[in-house]
Design a protein around this ligand. Sequence first.
Ligand SMILES: CC(C)(COP(=O)(O)OP(=O)(O)OC[C@H]1O[C@@H](n2cnc3c(N)ncnc32)[C@H](O)[C@@H]1OP(=O)(O)O)[C@@H](O)C(=O)NCCC(=O)NCCS
Length: 172
Amino acid sequence: MTFPFRLEPLGGEHERSLFHCGDDALDHYFQTQVTQDIRRHIANCFVAVEAVTSHVAAYYTISAASIPLVDLPPEETKRLPRYPTVPAVRIGRLAVDQRFQGRGLGGALLADAASRTLKADAAAFTLLVDAKNEQAVAFYQRFGFRVLASQPRTLFLPLATAQKVFLQKDAH
Ligand SMILES: CC(C)(COP(=O)(O)OP(=O)(O)OC[C@H]1O[C@@H](n2cnc3c(N)ncnc32)[C@H](O)[C@@H]1OP(=O)(O)O)[C@@H](O)C(=O)NCCC(=O)NCCS
């Protein structure tokens, strides 16, 4: 079956006011603040749009980031140069509208973020996500994200691993 959603940058044609994921802060951000963050180069936002209806089914934001080298486990950093920080891309917010949850969209958004980061001109060693609660931590862990020792609600997934998890299986 073909995937019935398009993944594209947020634009003026997308209707944001009807978006409800079950978390007021994530809804409010999407409805009122995200365009300001895009204009100010604080974040970029991508949406999943249902192809048939053009309803916005999900969104995520990404921004450039960095983390201290010492926050990553030694097995991940042993081949890295001893710079104090490691380049990263942070998925700041990610949400799926309640009408569309449980259909693989959350995973599809993570795959899209990994794919865009791997194609970007500026290199990043790892994806980062900020999970808002323990349930969200569990969701990200299903895809191989691991909790940072210093920040239990921040998880990381090196791009080399993300490529294997999300993109090589797409090739089949
Ligand atoms: C959490 C959320 C993003 C998941 O999106 P989704 O499209 O429903 O998830 P998917 O259908 O892609 O699920 C992928 C896998 O994660 C699992 N999963 C989904 N939600 C989960 C949760 N809250 N905890 C643990 N696992 C979860 C699914 O069972 C599925 O596993 P499977 O492939 O073995 O069946 C979505 O429910 C949501 O937006 N919730 C409200 C906002 C929120 O919590 N955002 C998290 C960012 S802080």
